[in-house]
Ligand binder design. Structure first.
Ligand code: ZN
Length: 904
């Protein structure tokens, strides 16, 4: 090995599709950039190559306006002059689901291969921190490196190397390792991804430029191969780069300068690395910093966006894909094209400046439309799958309850058996327009006394609500639309033990026996079932006793409101440090539901909070006073802030559902719900990407930010050996475990700020999130360490809506209840069931929630033949042998992500 220095200059642009400008404004600039790039590649053979920012969507965005440039793009991709992929978009890893991170890679790699080449670089240039399972996901996809800009020292808020004494790695190159032990070469943009921007051609200017840049490059490099990124955010291409390189060669003949690309750079770098690279483990969340530059509070900017995303993801990956797979296993086509379209539409909301809520208002308005579009396609796929499946289910067993039995099927598309309250709207009678509508008869159609039964005849208490008559229609595939009038009822009951990844059929039937009059309410402001006792206190907080271990949690669900003078990226409490809580607010409590299967209370807080920050804030924003140095307090003027909370306990549930609604008219503040655990422990556990991550309750010594908010997906959990409390959520991605001596879990419900932040003043009035909001949480006390993964399962189920479908009484090849996927492994979390677009095989995925070895037992799916171990990009790895009862058993390593394929 020689000591000769090699400078690899890679031309690129970092393309935020939308950010401080709306999508189309950035789009227009992209078209110009791409025109110029293609022109340069054509005219100048010395302009060797360009890296297209690791995201294939740029190509689609260009073709949207320049559809006739496809061949040109293809040519340069095949020639290795345009480097594309592996991602579809540059996502925020922590604010998109585990499966969304995988789909992003699957669709990105598939598109790149179709275009003619794939840049196998784990590219995370601008991610606001990196997921701990990044190395495992990349390794499985055949990518052995990751390039990132944040998460480990030594980068600070301005993305420049800081002078902190202790670095997590002495070099910008390191081994980044996932908790399962997989590792990749990690390359940190220690001087950011603009460190080779605008290289001068002129000798005098070049001399000055290189003196400075060569010394910065020196600082952290572990190898003589040095990386210079020629480009920056939305940077137009430097077409005279070849000349600039010639100048550099002339000035420094002892150094080698090349117009390089990542493949070449990584190959050279790998061959020249020292043996003492440091290993960096797991999540890269900038924990070894002062805590002011983490950008973590993007997790609570525009909460409504996160809620829509949670629902959109759940509908696609946890409902539409499994249902479409059930239908596929029973002879139906799988709608790959529609699901890809829905996923891509959803993923257009997943870039870091989009899902993070840190853009201008126009951007987030467009996102709302995309969420709806993706959801509508998902719903169409769901409806089609339900129609196909329901027609195949044999429901004749319900004939014995009479001709007017109304059969319906409840689908559980989670990985575990499920019990819980479901609601369904049923048509008791339909009159099609084509056959004549008898309105009076419909109106007077007798519903009688009804009860729900399952196929075994078990009776369930039910609430039936008469919805009167309603208009609706069918859209048959081979006929004109069929409108009708229906007599409609809504029924609600607790469905018990619906099989995992399956369904159970019930019917609403006439019954002479009266329903059980049981109640879960033993006294005033209380409810109780076999597992929990809950008392509602005068201030509206809950005292919850876990009857299994006798442990009581006090004051759960107090609301806290503080001023926020930060921006979309970071929370900064108002200078007056004024913190309000509902601890001393008397709440109004009333029963709103009291049935045999569930009870609910409505808790109302008529509260008052400051209307905004003090007037100083606007001035500080306009004058570009950094948020850390702001002195604004909260306004002296209070406005009413009413919070209506519905707390619900189901008969067979070990958790309590909490739904809070409020009309926010206050600005510049943050609202949280507090759950004191009073559990002694130094760490907590939190749902992240294919990982239940263990994080420290105390930040590092250099952390000076009084706030220690962090990212979560489905839940956060505090437990020790005997005792635990899990708080699950729907689309509330920010929490903090408070350093208050009680290890209180704080969940952010709303954050209202008036500006974007970052490199200038960009007002964002809509980030104040004025208007109606509803947020959902679930409190789950448990028996500590040995019981924790049960709590996590419950939290994963909470993420997934039930699916229900009315069906007629008919024959069918499917039984009245069934599981399509039978598996067993106590500490694995189920993640995905879908069909591969490449092979037509059925792919299933789990991950190990613990650091212990596990064993997964799965029955070969009906309608498939042999099973194999796959990777995350759906490639077959090894055949799995099944035993005589058609079951496959495989060992699962700690924290492993396991994908099993079933050949169709
Ligand atoms: Zn970016």
């Amino acid at each position: 090995m020689t000591d000769q220095k090699h400078i690899h200059i890679i031309s690129h642009t970092h393309w935020d599709r939308e950010w401080y400008l709306p999508y189309e404004k950035h789009h227009v600039l992209l078209i110009k950039l791409m025109d110029r790039l293609l022109d340069t590649l054509e005219k100048d053979p010395e302009f060797k190559s360009f890296h297209l920012d690791g995201q294939t969507i740029i190509l689609d965005d260009y073709l949207q306006v320049r559809p006739n440039r496809r061949e040109k793009l293809e040519k340069y991709i095949r020639e290795g002059r345009l480097h594309i992929g592996p991602w579809y978009i540059l996502q925020d890893e922590f604010l998109t689901s585990s499966e969304a991170n995988i789909r992003n890679l699957q669709y990105g790699m598939k598109d790149a291969i179709q275009w003619g080449g794939i840049s196998k670089v784990g590219y995370f240039p601008d991610s606001f921190g990196n997921m701990g399972q990044g190395p495992q996901i990349l390794s499985q996809a055949g990518i052995n490196n990751a390039v990132f800009g944040r998460g480990v020292k030594p980068t600070g808020f301005n993305n420049m190397v800081s002078d902190a004494e202790q670095y997590e790695s002495p070099y910008s190159e390191m081994l980044w390792r996932s908790p399962d032990g997989s590792s990749v070469l990690g390359i940190l943009f220690a001087n950011w991804y603009c460190n080779g921007n605008e290289v001068p051609v002129d000798e005098k200017q070049a001399k000055q430029y290189w003196e400075q840049h060569l010394s910065s490059l020196e600082k952290y490099a572990a190898s003589p191969h040095r990386l210079m990124m020629n480009g920056c955010d939305h940077q137009p291409i430097q077409i005279d780069l070849p000349e600039a390189i010639e100048t550099a060669k002339k000035l420094y003949p002892e150094i080698s300068f090349t117009h390089s690309n990542f493949n070449e750079y990584v190959e050279n770098l790998t061959a020249s690395l020292p043996n003492d690279l440091k290993v960096i483990d797991g999540e890269l969340r900038s924990q070894q910093t002062d805590g002011w530059g983490t950008l973590v509070n993007t997790a609570s900017a525009r909460v409504y966006i996160k809620q829509m995303n949670q629902l959109g993801q759940a509908l696609l990956e946890k409902v539409a894909e499994p249902l479409a797979t059930f239908a596929y296993l029973n002879g139906e086509e799988y709608n790959h094209h529609l699901l890809e379209y829905a996923w891509k539409t959803l993923m257009q909301n997943h870039p870091h400046d989009s899902i993070c809520g840190c853009s201008v208002d126009e951007v987030h308005r467009e996102m709302v439309t995309r969420f709806e579009k993706s959801k509508h396609v998902a719903e169409a796929v769901i409806d089609e799958s339900l129609e196909a499946l329901s027609n195949k289910i044999d429901t004749t067993v319900f004939e014995k309850w009479g001709e007017d039995a109304l059969a319906f099927t409840v689908y559980n598309t989670t990985g575990w058996d499920r019990t819980g309250t479901v609601s369904i709207t049923l048509d008791a009678r339909r009159d099609y327009f084509s056959e004549g509508v008898k309105k009076q008869e419909l109106k007077q159609f007798p519903l009688g006394e009804r009860i729900v039964v399952d196929e075994a005849g078990t009776e369930y208490s039910v609430t039936v609500e008469d919805l009167g008559i309603a208009f609706d229609y069918d859209l048959p595939e081979e006929k004109f639309r069929q409108p009708y009038m229906a007599r409609r009822v809504r029924l609600t009951f607790e469905a018990e033990q619906v099989p995992a990844m399956g369904y159970k059929t019930f019917a609403l039937v006439q019954s002479s026996s009266s329903q059980k009059q049981d109640s879960l309410i033993p006294g005033e402001n209380q409810f109780e079932n076999d597992f929990l006792h809950v008392n509602i206190n005068e201030n509206g907080s809950l005292t919850v006793t876990n009857k299994v271990n006798g442990r009581t949690f006090e004051e759960l669900g107090v609301y806290e409101d503080t001023g926020d003078i930060g921006n979309e990226y970071m929370y900064k409490q108002s200078h007056d440090q004024k913190t309000l809580t509902t601890k001393d607010v008397i709440a109004n409590v009333k029963v709103v539901e009291d049935t045999a299967y569930q009870a609910a209370y409505e808790i109302t807080h008529e509260w008052e909070i400051p209307k905004s920050a003090s007037e100083l804030l606007e001035q500080e924003q306009k004058e570009l006073v950094g948020f850390k140095g702001r002195k604004s307090g909260r306004s002296e003027e209070n406005i009413p802030f009413k919070i209506t909370t519905i707390v619900t306990l189901e008969k067979n549930s070990k958790g309590i559902n909490v739904e809070a609604s409020f009309n926010n008219q206050a600005k510049d503040h943050r609202l949280r719900a507090l759950f004191p655990t009073a559990i002694q422990t130094d760490v907590h556990h939190v749902d992240s990407i294919f990982e239940v991550a263990t994080r420290s309750n105390q930040p590092s010594e250099e952390w000076t930010n009084p706030d220690n908010s962090q990212h979560q997906q489905a839940f956060v959990d505090v437990h020790n050996e005997e005792d635990g409390l899990t708080v699950a959520n729907l689309g509330l991605n920010e929490y903090e475990v408070l350093r208050d001596g009680r290890n209180t879990i704080a969940i952010t419900l709303l954050r209202s700020v008036g500006e974007l932040g970052d490199w200038g003043h960009f007002p964002t009035p809509e980030a104040q999130c004025l208007g109606e909001h509803t947020v959902s949480l679930r409190i789950y006390p448990h028996a500590g360490e040995g019981d924790a993964t049960k709590a996590y399962q419950d939290a994963y189920q909470f993420q997934v809506p039930w699916t229900v479908k009315q069906t007629g009484i008919h024959d069918g090849e499917l039984p009245a209840a069934k599981s399509f996927l039978e598996w067993n492994a106590p500490n694995l979390a189920f993640s995905s069931l879908k069909v591969s677009g490449q092979t037509g095989d059925v792919l299933t995925r789990w991950f190990n929630m613990t650091n212990e070895n596990n064993s997964l037992l799965v029955r070969t799916l009906n309608g498939t033949s042999s099973a194999y171990k796959s990777n995350v990009i759906e490639e077959k790895q090894e055949t799995l042998q099944s035993n005589e009862s058609s079951k496959v058993q495989m060992p699962v390593k700690p924290y492993e992500i396991v994908t099993i394929g079933f050949e169709k």
